[in-house]
Design a protein around this ligand. Structure first.
Ligand code: AMP
Ligand code: MG
Length: 487
């Protein structure tokens, strides 16, 4: 284990043409203090977690002062926001410090989110509030625990410095980690700025570092795009399988690597609603839960358009045509696993669709239902669902179809239940749980709840008596927390 101060920051992204970024010094926050450190991610980076509490680490990871060797940059990108093209977005409050060695021999980039304004801040303050930083920290680690590709969170520093949102709120900096933070929007920015030279450089950078197989392909741009199509389809299938709604699927928030990126007003579904909208500012439900697969395709169209200067349209279109099949296959595989079905049957898709509509009419909690289904698959007893549906007609009707379907697959058994418990989480980051941790941090400087939630969500498939309170849905009469893009 190495101490933080020994970390050497490379400039892999910073060696790209200078037009793609601006060098920016972070603007220090007043008296930053550590809130949480991620020991598991420290281990992946070969770092001693205790060393993140030193002054040297705080200076860098809170954005107070950087060693001269670190060249922090804000990247230029564009994007389609709620369907409208915005030519100049860019890292308005994120700074890339550079890339560091992973213990497994790879490299990881570290960004600070909330470290002050950049030339891309567009009159905003470059800050992130404590509330949204806690949510990003917890959710990125929750997604990782679920096995869903995501950016990670290394640590969180808070400050009593306040900024104006709907009210005045205290601020924080999250140090986040990913192989790369490349977004669809980076490519859109190059294309729409008429900089085909930069577009080409960016594609070479991506294929060289992150998609080595594509670089050797006959048509590297097409190979890259096909890979991004496949990763996006798989990612969104995984979101759908755990009831995760991203909330702001603008193309600038879409990762080229197929990671869940930019945690804002996201939400996990409690009581199942196919048209669940977690983003309070999304009046028309553009990014509703059941729209996510379609939006993934829409966003890939935007990326394909940006790649047109480098690749013929027919080839890009044929890659786009693969998306729906890839999504459906990945989604069916996930949902079959959730139902414990080993052998494929042509009616499985219809069985799953009927289940989702039964869950909706039963007002059932999404996560609790699937976890109880594991118990049902072990015993065949409908009593395991006591209290889950509040209107049982369609629900119990479906269960009988499922029981018959299981017979085709060998019937109820413990082995099946065990396999199902490895794909149906007991714990997800429900909004009210995140809110409880936020309130303790905000009102009492008590970070124990963040730490406890993070510890639980690192192993969401392992049921534990210690975390029993995290496994239950919020009380039905609890008002939903309103979450918007402002954070
Ligand atoms: P988001 O909706 O968080 O994905 O952000 C969209 C764009 O607004 C990105 O270019 C962000 O960098 C920028 N942005 C969001 N919040 C801030 C802020 N507080 N200060 C500066 N830029 C911001
Ligand atoms: Mg964003």
């Amino acid at each position: 284990m190495n101490a933080f101060h020994t970390l050497v920051f490379g400039r892999r992204f910073q060696t790209l043409p200078a037009a793609l970024f601006r060098q920016v010094e972070p603007t220090p926050l007043a008296d930053p203090y550590p809130i949480i450190v991620n020991p598991a991610l420290c281990a992946e980076l070969g770092l001693d977690p205790d060393s993140l509490y030193t002054d040297a680490a705080r200076a860098v990871l809170s954005g107070t002062s950087l060693p001269p060797a670190v060249m922090a940059v804000a990247g230029a990108y564009a994007g389609h926001q709620f369907g409208h093209y915005v030519p100049q977005l860019g890292d308005g409050r994120a700074l890339l410090l550079g890339d560091v060695a992973r213990a497994d021999g790879g490299r990881a980039e570290i960004q600070l989110k909330g470290a002050g304004p950049t030339p891309f801040s567009r009159h905003a303050d470059g800050r992130a509030v404590l509330r949204s930083s806690i949510r990003e920290y917890l959710c990125s680690e929750a997604m990782h625990g679920l096995g869903i590709p995501t950016t990670r969170a290394l640590c969180l520093f808070g400050s009593d410095e306040r900024v104006a949102r709907e009210t005045m709120e205290t601020t924080a900096v999250v140090a986040r980690v990913a192989d790369s933070f490349l977004r669809f929007g980076h490519f859109e920015w190059c294309c729409h700025s008429g900089r085909n030279d930069l577009l080409k450089e960016l594609v070479d950078h991506a294929t060289g570092h992150f998609f080595p197989g594509c670089r050797l392909a006959e048509q590297p741009v097409l190979a890259l795009f096909r890979e991004v199509v496949a990763r996006t389809a798989r990612l969104i299938a995984q979101w759908q399988s755990v009831g995760f709604c991203h909330g702001v699927m603008n193309t600038d928030n879409m990762s080229l690597l197929g990671l869940t990126l930019d945690y804002g007003p996201f939400g996990f579904i409690d009581t199942y609603r196919s048209d669940f909208v977690c983003n309070h500012s999304d009046d028309v439900g553009r990014y509703a839960f059941n729209e996510q697969p379609r939006v993934g395709l829409w966003n890939l169209y935007a990326l394909a358009s940006a790649l047109l200067p480098l690749q013929d349209e027919a080839a890009l279109r044929s890659a786009l045509d693969e998306y729906e099949g890839l999504f459906r296959t990945a989604w069916l595989a996930r949902m079959r696993a959730k139902l414990g079905l080993d052998v494929e049957h042509e009616d499985d898709g219809a069985l799953i669709e009927r289940l989702l509509s039964a869950l909706e009419s039963a007002n059932a909690d999404f996560t609790v239902f699937f976890r109880r289904l594991c118990d049902f698959a072990a015993t065949g007893s409908v009593a395991v669902f006591d209290g889950v549906p509040d209107d049982g007609t369609a629900f119990y009707g479906w269960l009988e179809q499922y029981r018959e379907r299981l017979e085709l697959d060998g019937g109820v058994c413990m082995r099946r239940a065990c396999a199902m418990r490895r794909v149906n989480p007991c714990y997800v980051l429900r909004n009210h749980l995140a809110q409880r941790a936020i309130e303790a941090a905000r009102d009492a400087r008590d970070y124990g709840e963040i730490e406890r939630l993070a510890r639980c969500l690192a192993h969401p498939y392992d049921e534990s008596a210690e975390f029993a309170d995290y496994a239950v849905p919020p009380p039905r009469d609890m008002p939903a927390v309103a979450l918007s893009c402002s954070s």
